[in-house]
Design a protein around this ligand. Structure first.
Ligand code: URA
Ligand code: ZN
Length: 404
């Protein structure tokens, strides 16, 4: 089916014009500031810089219209053959705001994003689809009231082009295993909105030493470690046992969770308090999650897909037999406890992404290395046939976001 061949980017960011203006009005990070452009070819013109990360070199990063201008987004998509993008606000979202302002700004930005998507062109090959859909924002800030969070989910549900929410790891100040978030998970699980879990803080900057390594260590390691910790805390607090229909999409292919999932399972099995709290082996939960394919390497994607698929062998029997579909056999764990074996296709839970407009090429090129590498990685996974590759490039996203 032609629609199954679409290229859909599920990891594509924007600083909406309202948010960019707000960052320009700030004098401390996160902020956008201007400075004289040091490039002699700039003829003394100023340039804008983005400063958002803790301990970031104070010159920040270059920023320009590709971060807020929708035409630039569409041009980027055209250059790379991307049919549809699911756009999310970029970090640090509203995390740093007081609860009193975060709620209203979340509502305004959600409306802005709906307009950004709904007024975009339709897809020529499937005119019932737009080229842009979005993840909304919740006012997930310290001391956020539950009313403000639930009210904003209700708002997002009225905005037809918003198909999920992007969320950092802070929650309402105590992380994503905070029992206070229970009503949020409940409503999100019922709603079908996809939760895109994305890092911002990295891990303790002390770990990066004193050598000047630019943004490499926080982005390459800190970001994925942060995602790993956040999703592991959610698993350990039983969120996926209580809300098995919650759809969580993990940035950067789930960080290190796939690689550490057996170690995590073993540590849990040796810890009676945690073991008795969870309904399943830790590896089971990988089969409940979605992973973007932003890993830049075929071997890594193949590994993630195998780790997800293996989740099917770690499910405790479902006490409700009517939900037993997908069970293809039975086995026992090392302690002789009976398990249901479910068929889980790892590639069916992985979705192409670019992280645009981050990782621009250092020199002008037609196609961005960050995009080409992610496409080549999908193409090069050993063991994925055409069907799996098409699914990861777009078919899975069409299903997950209800874009048929
Ligand atoms: N750098 C960021 O700050 N955010 C991203 O999403 C990617 C790179
Ligand atoms: Zn990103």
């Amino acid at each position: 089916m032609a629609a199954q061949r679409l290229l859909v980017d599920v990891h594509s960011h924007v600083y909406l014009p309202r948010y960019a203006s707000f960052l320009r009005s700030r004098t401390s990070a996160p902020r956008i500031f201007s400075r004289p452009n040091p490039n002699p070819l700039a003829n003394g013109k100023s340039e804008e810089r983005l400063l958002i990360l803790d301990n970031e070199p104070s010159v920040g990063r270059p920023i320009g219209p590709q971060y807020w201008d929708r035409e630039e987004k569409l041009k980027f998509m055209d250059r790379h053959g991307i049919d549809i993008s699911i756009i999310s606000s970029a970090n640090p979202w509203l995390d740093f705001l007081p609860a009193s302002t975060a709620h209203e700004l979340a509502r305004e930005l959600n409306t802005d994003l709906e307009t950004y998507c709904s007024t975009a062109p339709s897809l020529a090959s499937a005119p019932s689809l737009k080229r842009l859909y979005g993840f909304g924002l919740l006012p997930l800030v310290t001391f956020a009231s539950m009313t403000s969070l639930l009210d904003t989910i209700d708002q997002i549900l009225t905005l037809p082009h918003l198909r999920g929410i992007i969320m950092g790891t802070k929650g309402v100040g105590r992380g994503l295993d905070d029992p206070a978030l229970e009503p949020v998970w409940h409503v999100l699980a019922q709603s079908g909105l996809v939760v895109f879990l994305h890092p911002h803080y990295g891990v303790d900057g002390q770990a990066w030493g004193e050598q000047e390594n630019g943004h490499v260590l926080p982005l390459a390691l800190g970001f994925p470690f942060e995602t790993t910790t956040a999703i592991t805390r959610m698993i350990l607090s039983g969120v996926f046992d209580r809300h098995p229909t919650l759809h969580v999409l993990l940035a950067h292919s789930g960080g290190t969770l796939p690689l550490l999932s057996s170690r995590l399972a073993s540590c849990i099995a040796h810890d009676p308090i945690v073991a008795s709290r969870l309904q399943h082996d830790a590896r089971h939960y990988l089969g409940k999650l979605y992973f973007d394919a932003v890993a830049y390497g075929a071997e890594e994607l193949g590994f993630v897909s195998d780790a997800i698929g293996r989740a099917g062998a770690f499910t405790n029997p479902n006490p409700n037999p009517s939900e037993g579909e997908g069970v293809v056999g039975h086995t026992a764990n090392s302690r002789g406890v009976g398990l249901e074996v479910r068929r889980i296709v790892g590639s069916a839970r992985m979705l192409f992404g670019t992280d645009h407009p981050f990782f621009p090429p250092l020199e002008e090129t037609e196609r961005w290395m960050s995009v080409v590498e992610n496409l080549d990685a999908i193409d090069g996974v050993d063991g994925w046939g055409q069907e799996e590759k098409d699914a990861v490039r777009g078919g899975n996203a069409l299903k997950l976001f209800g874009l048929s």
